[in-house]
Design a protein around this ligand. Sequence first.
Ligand SMILES: Cc1ncc(COP(=O)(O)O)c(C=O)c1O
Length: 374
Amino acid sequence: MGHPIIAHYMDQWMAVYNETIDMLKRVLQTKNDVFVITGSGTASLEAAVCSIVEPGDKVLVDHPIFGDLVKAHGGIPIEIPVKFGDHIDPSDVERRLEQEKDVKAVAIIHNNTFSAVTNPIHEIGKVVYDFGPLFIIDAISSLGGIEIKTDEWHVDIVCSAGQKALAIPPGIAPTSVSAKAWEVMEKRKEPIHSKYLNLLEYKNPPIDRERKWHPTPFTPSTVLFRALWQSLKDLLQEGMENVYRRHAIAAEAAREGFKAMGLELLVKDERYASNTVTAVLWPHGYDHARFWRILYDEFNIMIGNPPEHQPMPDRKIFRMAHMGNTATPECILMGLSYIERALNMVNFNTKGGEGVAAAQRVFLHKGLKVRGSP
Ligand SMILES: Cc1ncc(COP(=O)(O)O)c(C=O)c1O
């Protein structure tokens, strides 16, 4: 990112652009078209929704993140019932698709960052494919940390962002689009009611319709693009299998660590526990606000869900991220040890070091070394 800024067109740029897109296709396991929208993850979600949804179109959604966008573009969101902390049951998707005959798209979150649950996209994708609507997923906190088999899982539009497991600063949003999704956009009755987020603009940028020398419709953030290039290079060099394994082990170590401290996880079925973030139920009767502040003010550690932002009315939670370069023994062990200290400081007594010891056992058993150790 510190390199001199280059122009967003002509040869030097095309080399960076094409290589980045090729690497994204490898990570997304897709032959579909891939773009990078300048904006946070919501830009990608809104691009998908506004390009597909026309007034009156029904869209099956699992979360207001999609529901609000569908409403904003005149569509009708139909909710898939899912309790906070649970995964989406593919049979609920099937039931809804049977009830509602003319659903245009199913739009759901792959890795629900808020509840730290990963949905079984492979199973849901099969159901959606059999019924025929488009399948849109929010892969904002999965891309780069949890495997996405875009083509095999029949995902028509993958929406993501750079600032989560890709570990770059916020501001760009990788997005993939299938041939089936292009067809739906091209056959719309009404034109797409957006300029900046109209995916057809990305397919054929007006300045250079073939994407040969000026590949984007607008000026992209070339600085963030280069950060993405570097991030993808690093991931592919590590090997995607190793990357996903590292995230899975880090997540397991975090869960075992919390449980050993006597805490309860939000997720009830650990098969659906996220590999990029873990949510913990706050124990009754202890001062959560003080705990959070001790970590933030005294230990310089920010965990998710500050006292100001609690998603459940009756129970507090906190979350630990383990994505990108925080999915490592160094970060997990250090994070757990300070969390345990802060717990003790609000009189939630643990056995002392049990959380770190349990996490260490996972790392040792699974053979994930602290970087640089022999
Ligand atoms: C699953 C998920 N979807 C959507 C968003 C919103 O993304 P952004 O803030 O990048 O627009 C987030 C952000 O945390 C997220 O975790």
